[in-house]
Design a protein around this ligand. Sequence first.
Ligand code: GLN
Length: 397
Amino acid sequence: MRIAMTKPTLSQKAERFTESVIREMTRLAQMHNAINLAQGMPDFEAPGEIKEAACRAIMKGINQYAITWGAKVFRDAIAVKVKAGLGMDVDPEREITVTCGSTEAMIASLLATINPGDEVIIFEPFYENYGPDTILSGATPRFVTLHPPDWHFDPKELEAAFNNHTRAIIINTPNNPTGKVFTSSELQLIADLCMKWDALAITDEIYEYILYDKHTHTAMASLDGMRDRTITVNALSKTYSVTGWRVGYAIASPHLTQGIRKVHDFLTVGAPAPLQEAGAVALALPQEYYTDLAAVYQRRRDLLLKALRDAGFHCSAPQGAYYIMAGFRALSRLNDTDFARYLVKDVGVAAVPGSSFFQKPEQGSGYIRFCFCKKDSTLQSAGDRLQTISRRPDGPG
Ligand code: GLN
């Protein structure tokens, strides 16, 4: 016998956000056999030496929990890497929490620091997860616009977003979905406001090595006065092309780390132990690995950018990360969701509707996001298909 349930089925929090559109587009891509330029995951292999290290770790018997806040060998490797790359001294015993991807590092950081009534500033367009992250952590989001075509922010608009309730600002640089790389002077301006209003900076730096042209990455934590008020979020996923491993980390002062570690422990206990061992091998790859990574991504960026422009999209060249926000108004009057559905079904290319990156869907209705962490041949085939849009008799309207 089935008994009717009269209480609400879902929590108020779960009612307030939808399924991830990025992940949904991947499922639609599979259903329609389309080329998946939606979810940012490589279709090429991770470096052989780190795959071998992962297999070795499993065969060596590293198959039980690591220490909840991360295997020592991996935390030590992170500390060495951060010192070499960013010139920052990090204590692996007290300042690093290893998590299940940067996704968990971000939500654990928010859950560890947010109280009801606290506001969190988010640049918009924003990576989809930050919306639900603020709801789950109980924060009130305040959005600050990144203005196209170069995705700059207006310092006055940013200043106006800070107040006594501001607990944190989330910064993602290099940025998903815009490709913006925040300059050191922009970060300095943000830092000054964080210090003025006693706010934290939570920086998602997962694309730190994926940089184009002359753009360079500045870590917020390296700015004067920001070391103790910054939580730096990162992961192996993008730099080493292992998005399915789910190994990330948060770096923060000992006091903040204590809170992040507690939350992390009860969320997931720990990240996969053998993959943390392999992560230590990944972090020790030579400098050329990173130079090559950026060069290969620059080639992929140029390939997709040209294909999109030739097909009639409007887009500025990303400075970093591996996405292009493309305006499609010259091609169609559909809204972004319908246009994305048309693309995946009729053209055979999956992308993410622009509204996924905005609080108000209409703001993203003329955009669609393509990722280019794909083989050249994949990007070429996608490009060929996209060229057909303007020639189709059954066009997108
Ligand atoms: N960061 C990637 C994107 O924006 C993947 C998101 C995810 O599915 N976790 O597409």
